[in-house]
Design a protein around this ligand. Structure first.
Ligand SMILES: Nc1nc2c(ncn2[C@@H]2O[C@H](COP(=O)(O)OP(=O)(O)OP(=O)(O)O)[C@@H](O)[C@H]2O)c(=O)[nH]1
Ligand SMILES: [Mg+2]
Length: 307
């Protein structure tokens, strides 16, 4: 059977994620290895619903000589966060798109930190819009910033390849270094640098305290209408087990280094430390719902067991 590898496309808004995915799809189609999906088809991603949370996600399928790939592209930052926290299949690798004209931006950092927390094992960087930057030093500086962000996020030094390119040139079929040759390079790197996914069998054991990444539903999504503060004690549901727990620490999502925050709003992405009233069977990667008065107000994934 051919191995399937799941990819997620991350990066700051407008840095060129959808353009890159359309360029990859077009490239694969020209080699008879995909049904081409156009930019506007990908951008009009349908709504998917997991754990009661709705977000837009496009799946673009293509093959290489050795594998099948399913690359996800979500429109905008919030849907990427929702996908990473609630998405059904964990990604085997992230394609991080960074525009060379802007460098690292807030969504780049937040999504990279979150991807590391949900244990995406591989990163490949596409340094986009290189057609707009002539200064080699500037390109090198952005690359260094990306590498240090990845190292800070827990990916060992220099293990995440960076491909320079222009997704727009590639999408337009331009046969140049930054054009389709950059897509070819991405494909080769995907095939050679991303190991075959190994089935992961989590062993649940009872624990009482954990860290998690959470998305808090907005009012329109059935969430709270008001913020909550550290010390808040909702119900936590793991599969069918429901138990009260206290949110002992609260952080801006993907931004733990800046220290705890006091309050969280509906619609926020947060990191939390939770102490449950009793031990519950859990493991890293397990998803859970947070409830209040019988309705779900948040969804999360365990990123670390504390005790
Ligand atoms: N000059 C240049 N423009 C590009 C390149 N890649 C993408 N763009 C343009 O950048 C803009 C944003 O590209 P998108 O692919 O929509 O960006 P995105 O990351 O999917 O944006 P969101 O989904 O809104 O987060 C579009 O106008 C693209 O045409 C590139 O390599 N060079
Ligand atoms: Mg897009």
């Amino acid at each position: 059977m051919v191995t399937q590898v799941n990819l997620v496309t991350l990066g700051h808004v407008d840095h060129g994620k959808t353009t890159l995915v359309a360029a990859i799809s077009g490239y694969a189609a020209r080699h008879g290895r995909a049904k081409a999906k156009r930019y506007d088809e990908i951008d009009a991603a349908p709504i998917e619903k997991t754990s009661g949370i709705a977000f837009h996600v496009a799946h673009v399928l293509y093959e290489t000589k050795v594998r099948h790939y399913d690359q996800v592209d979500c429109p905008g930052h919030v849907d990427n966060v929702k996908y990473l926290i609630t998405g059904s299949a964990p990604a085997d690798a992230a394609i991080l798109v960074v525009s060379a004209t802007d460098g690292l931006m807030p969504h780049t950092r937040i999504e990279t930190m979150l991807a590391s927390q949900v244990k995406i094992p591989n990163f490949i960087v596409y340094l986009n819009k290189c057609d707009q930057v002539e200064d080699e030093e500037m390109l090198m500086q952005v690359e260094e910033e990306i590498q240090s962000l990845l190292v800070k996020s827990g990916y060992p030094d220099h293990t995440s390849p960076i491909v320079r390119g222009s997704a727009l040139k590639a999408l337009n079929g331009e046969d140049s270094e930054f054009g389709i040759q950059s897509i070819q390079k991405m494909m080769d790197i995907l095939d050679s640098d991303v190991p075959d996914p190994v089935p992961y069998h989590a062993v649940d054991s009872p624990h009482q305290r954990f860290k998690a990444a959470m998305y808090l539903q907005k009012k329109e999504e059935g969430g709270r209408t008001t913020p909550f503060t550290q010390g808040y004690k909702p119900q936590f549901f793991f599969k069918t087990t429901g138990i009260t727990g206290a949110i002992q620490r609260l952080y801006n999502g993907g931004d733990i280094d800046r220290g705890p925050i006091e309050t969280a709003m509906p619609g926020d992405f947060v990191n939390v430390e939770v102490a449950l009233l009793n031990k519950v069977a859990m493991s890293v990667g397990i998803k859970f719902a947070m409830q209040e008065g019988g309705r779900s107000i948040g969804t999360g994934v365990i990123t670390e067991i504390i005790e």
